[in-house]
Ligand binder design. Sequence first.
Ligand code: ATP
Ligand code: MG
Length: 345
Amino acid sequence: MTDMRSIGILGGGQLGRMLSVAASRLGLRCHIYEPGAAPAGDVAHAVTTAPYEDEAALRRFAESVDVVTYEFENVPTSALDLIESIVPIRPNRRALAVSQDRQTEKTFLRDLGLRVAPFAAVDTESNLPAAIAEIGMPAILKTRRMGYDGKGQVRITDASATEWTGAPSVLERFVDFSAEISVIVARGADGQVAAYDPGLNVHQGGILRTTTVPCGLPARVTTDAVLLAGRIATALNYIGVMGVELFVTPDGLIVNEIAPRVHNSGHWTQAGCAVDQFEQHIRAVAGLPLGDGSRYADVVMENLIGDDLDRVPTLLATPGVQVHLYGKGEARPGRKMGHINRIAR
Ligand code: ATP
Ligand code: MG
């Protein structure tokens, strides 16, 4: 067993909330650190509401826990430095640094021998024409940092009518994929690696809509996906759960991005596996053995976004449907309010 009692989580959104529930089932306590509203706070042992610049609050937080993890990858470096001077951070700082910046991330993946979409750094708007000439079109301009749910992205199909993202960016060639899949992979403190079955992801308006398992692709594709995810985790000396987003093309898999945390496309594991991604992450960061992530059901996960919430009464009455609600106040358009796992029978 672990001698850990308490886990600090940076970020208090729905991922932190589900991590906290999983930790409590293993007899562990979570302390959430979140500058804004914290749905995770409802189910945690302690919550600190303070900005990432508040050194006294960060110090108190770090001193109250045995290890710190995160559900949000854009925590400022200065806050991480302070926390790490007091308590270990898992997954490690390199995994965070690599995935915080799309340029660093793509360079790391390419250097590992994996395929990524052709890309070029575009630091200022004046560099854009040269990057378009190098990469070709259609292309997507993405901010290097802080992007999520397709935010900070501009499609470029006409070199004479471009928009600027307003921040240092990367230009990426548009990939003509046949499908999008993701692998949720876990690596324990002892180096043991376990991956969940790849899920098929459908996006709408840049936001994940559904994840389906099994993904329906041939074993050679899914095996490839799992192996490359394991390679990424091992290369980063990773401890915890990671999401690896992939494009399926006729020439093989292209890595879109990695997320150094539990991932929306892994929510199906709550209904499909004995040990879900949240528990797996808690086990890894607490130094416990990884659990059994093999899939025993076919599942479709669907996000409840904005006024999808109106469907909840019907969904609650539907057989085979597991409803998860995040306890967020206002159902704004595009806001993830919950999800369902529909178990096929
Ligand atoms: P999320 O938070 O949902 O992961 P994000 O803001 O980090 O999103 P990406 O994952 O880079 O953004 O892109 C969102 C979606 O846009 C992808 O899942 C894919 O559907 C589409 N997309 C992104 N890059 C490309 C590309 N190079 N070619 C084709 N489609 C792309
Ligand atoms: Mg993505």
